[in-house]
Write a protein that binds this ligand. Structure first.
Ligand code: ZN
Length: 299
């Protein structure tokens, strides 16, 4: 099958074929960046104890609270974990595994790989795999680009190392197949698309001089934002991928709002709430035409 290029409005099946009885899907995902997301861009921040504890709140306090909520809700989630986080917080990472959630790959030290040559991107992928295996004995099938900064080489590298899906790209409302090249038969994997509007970092993070908008939003506003998008995606028959960070959404009022969103999601008739890996495995069964993202030529 020849990959479609970006000349086509949508190369994926529309409407997307969900499993029998379902009209849309939702995945609750958590990126356990902890210290790595700051250290990747600002290694000198390792000396800043307050900043480091802001990040450590995720594994130390946020993850246990979120695991309790997920348990109450009967929802299995996907946790994208950098290798560095696994090495620094092994007991926490094993607690996520032992609670029955999916563990997926999120770089080694949260490197934005779009800035790296492909060989370095591949080396870091392997280093992250090795850390997750050593700490938790897991071999992830999913990957999310740190900072949502995938490179043109990412689909090919992921396919070569047996990954089944990525969750970093932003050009669809439902899963599709992303190709590593334009040629017929090019390797491909499933894409579970994301968006900044469904990421808690933009809503809650305030780290002076390091990250965030400088504005800390009310969880009431955030719940409204995410509920509107969930309801509209259900109407469209799409996929709702929510990305939360335990150091952000693990805080009490935010976690409470997230649980209200889960209550609402569970009340929606025909909404399939599943892990990213389960949704990707379903998409793999469909005859999806792969999409190849060519690099735009500069004028
Ligand atoms: Zn991250």
């Amino acid at each position: 099958m020849s990959p479609d290029t970006n000349q086509n409005a949508s190369a994926a099946t529309v409407p997307f074929a969900w499993p029998p009885g379902y009209r849309a899907a939702a995945a609750f995902t958590f990126d356990v960046d902890a210290e790595s997301a700051i250290l990747a861009g600002a290694p000198e921040a390792a000396r800043r104890l307050s900043v480091m504890t802001h990040q450590a709140y995720g594994p130390r306090t946020g993850v246990p609270r979120l695991l309790r909520i997920l348990d109450r809700q009967g929802i299995r989630a996907t946790f994208f974990i950098p290798g560095y986080t696994a090495e620094r917080w092994p007991v926490v990472v094993r607690s996520i595994r032992d609670a029955g959630h999916e563990i997926a790959h999120h770089g080694y030290l949260h490197e934005p790989v779009s800035e790296l040559p492909p060989e370095e991107e591949e080396r870091l992928l392997l280093r992250g795999l090795e850390a997750l295996d050593r700490v938790a004995g897991v071999r992830p099938v999913g990957w999310r680009a740190p900072m949502w900064e995938a490179s043109g080489a990412s689909p090919g590298i992921l396919a070569r190392h047996g990954f089944r899906y990525d969750s970093s790209l932003m050009d669809a409302d439902h899963p599709y197949r992303v190709a590593a090249g334009p040629e017929p038969g090019a390797p491909s994997i499933i894409e579970l698309p994301v968006h900044w509007g469904l990421d808690d970092w933009e809503q809650y993070i305030y780290l002076p001089g390091l990250s965030g908008s400088g504005l800390i939003e009310s969880p009431t506003k955030v719940l409204e934002l995410w509920t509107l998008e969930l309801d509209a995606l259900v109407t469209e028959g799409g996929l709702f991928v929510l990305t939360n960070h335990p150091f952000a959404s693990g805080r009490p009022s935010r976690a409470a709002a997230l649980e209200r969103l889960m209550d609402h999601a569970r009340s929606i008739d025909g909404l399939w709430i599943a892990t990213a890996g389960e949704i990707a495995a379903h998409a793999e069964t469909l005859p999806l035409t792969p999409v190849f993202h060519d690099r735009p030529a500069l004028p």
